[in-house]
Design a protein. Sequence first.
Length: 356
Amino acid sequence: MGHHGSNPVTMKTLAQSLGVSVTTVSNAYSKPDRLSDELRQQIFAKAKELGYCGPSAAGRALRSGKSGICGFVFGSHLSAAFSDPYTVMFMAGLGEALEEYEASVLLLRSEGGDDESLQRAPVDAVVSGAQIANHPGFERLAGRGVRVVGTTPGSEGDWVGIDDRFAGRLIGQHLARLGHRRVAVVVPWGLSSSGERLDVELAADGQLPPEFGRYDGGFTQNRVAGLREAMPEASIRVLTAGHNVRESGRTAGAYVLDVQDRPTAIVALSDVLALGVWDAAQQRGLTPGHEVSIAGFDDLPDAAFVGLTSVHQPIVEKGRLAGRLAMDPDYPERQILLPIELKVRSSTGPAPITTR
């Protein structure tokens, strides 16, 4: 029996063959508590017999206007999302919040332009790890009624973030007090296709040259400017490391340390890079905190383990709050600044006294 052939089996077909209403069939799939178990089982048995596979998600999304999906826009390669502990922790918090709303997460990659894939994604909201300002795609999404949540503070829009300039200042004040005057700053991304790194002396005003702008996730310029504010006397070099993985930090660390007049302190804009710099120092027989000081940002679990000085930020909580803002239009606070603190550990110490 059943409708074999060209006519697809719909909820209506199923309802008719059972002698119940379409609402009852729909409830069997979406509101089980409204039916007796016996009736549900009967409906499912008949559905199986007729070859009915359940309501279509797309149809349901069209009817309710909700997909129950929150997009997470990742600023760089998706593969890096899983190798970067910061992103993994952020996504853990985001996932936790989305579960409260029975929503799922969809990973989206965006180059910052107006990507079609971003526009076609069936999402109720998006959380962006990339900077939202100067991203035309996000404006279009918001125009369609998709809630957009950023992770970089700004004057408008919904966001949850930290004061990156203040974070840079915390590290700068600490190093200045320890007497450091020659500092190198290692920033993620920014290797050219041929592997050339950007490497500049930081201007007195703390502004990076425009070519760094392409790689800025919104925090690079602010952290560097904060560092410069706290160390107006210091010579500060800023160089790019490539992908935000430990190996990039190791290579950048080697590049910075293998010179005659090496810096006395190296600041990496992420703990992942700082741990790589730490490896490079150790490979050269240098003890972090003695011959060279090393500091990072984020305070990942590994930072405390090796004794890395870092600026702590509540990463999982950041993800959790971003998820709440995304899924709950009535969440009272729409711009949330999270607390940060400097964790001083053994990787930073007084600048060595030079005999020259």
